[in-house]
Design a protein around this ligand. Structure first.
Ligand SMILES: C[S@@+](CC[C@H](N)C(=O)[O-])C[C@H]1O[C@@H](n2cnc3c(N)ncnc32)[C@H](O)[C@@H]1O
Length: 216
């Protein structure tokens, strides 16, 4: 990887090998297709976060992906994964299956609460470390994602942010474009702050926002 480059760049051949040999045997290619697994890997390699905050946990697939990436590339990051409390209704709530794929793993901490609120509390309590990485994969309505991205951008301007389900399907199609629109709106509020890498290709889609200038 070229960490000094002004443009986002990783060694896509090396990352392909890792995704094929290490990630796919553990997590498959659903709900994260290969190009999204590559973007998750590239984001961690490029941004080298010391903390990763993600929601929702569900069965723990994305948390497991971050665990495998940080282990393989020796990125010393704690992974905090939050899902809703058991008594909160959500059609995707995993209940007893919550975090099944990461139970017992070192460096992975499971929490219950609202993802944004819990993650920001943890980040503050742990000394507001520079350059955390957030993975936003909870409720995918436009309102929820806009609230979450705005909350991160207001308080942690140097954070990297990965957003899942961010594909922009053509206007006449049925897919939820809420996350895509929320990203565009947040980027417009802080012109010049973020650069964007989108997985492209197709559903569900993932976008990385990363700070245009390195954090001091
Ligand atoms: C699409 S699933 C996440 C998939 C998961 N990241 C994976 O790797 O398989 C959405 C999850 O977000 C949770 N969720 C919804 N709203 C949330 C919120 N405000 N805070 C935390 N989790 C939330 C749901 O309970 C559900 O488990």
């Amino acid at each position: 990887m070229n960490v000094a480059a002004s443009e986002f760049e990783v060694d896509a051949w090396a990352i392909s090998q890792f995704v094929m040999r290490k990630l796919v045997p553990v997590v498959g290619s659903h709900p994260f297709p290969l190009h999204e697994l590559m973007l998750m890997t590239g984001a961690v390699c490029r941004l080298e976060p010391r903390e990763i905050f993600e929601w929702g946990t569900h069965i723990g697939k994305s948390a497991r992906i971050f665990y495998e990436i940080t282990s393989h590339y020796r990125v010393q990051a704690d992974i905090h994964s939050t899902d809703l409390p058991d008594d909160v209704e959500h059609r995707e709530h995993p209940h007893a299956d919550r975090g099944r794929l990461v139970r017992g793993l070192s460096r992975v901490y499971l929490h219950q609460g609202d993802g944004l609120t819990t993650s920001l509390e943890l980040w503050r309590a742990d000394g507001r470390k520079l350059r955390p990485l957030f993975f936003v994969d909870g409720d995918h309505s436009h309102e929820s994602v806009l609230r979450e991205l705005t909350g991160i951008a207001n308080e942690v301007p140097h954070a990297g942010i990965l957003v899942h389900d961010a594909f922009y399907q053509s206007a006449e199609a049925e897919y939820n474009t809420g996350p895509y629109r929320a990203i565009e709106e947040v980027v417009a509020v802080w012109p010049g702050r973020y650069r964007k890498v989108h997985s492209g290709l197709g559903l569900p889609g993932m976008t990385l926002l990363y700070p245009a200038s390195p954090a001091k």
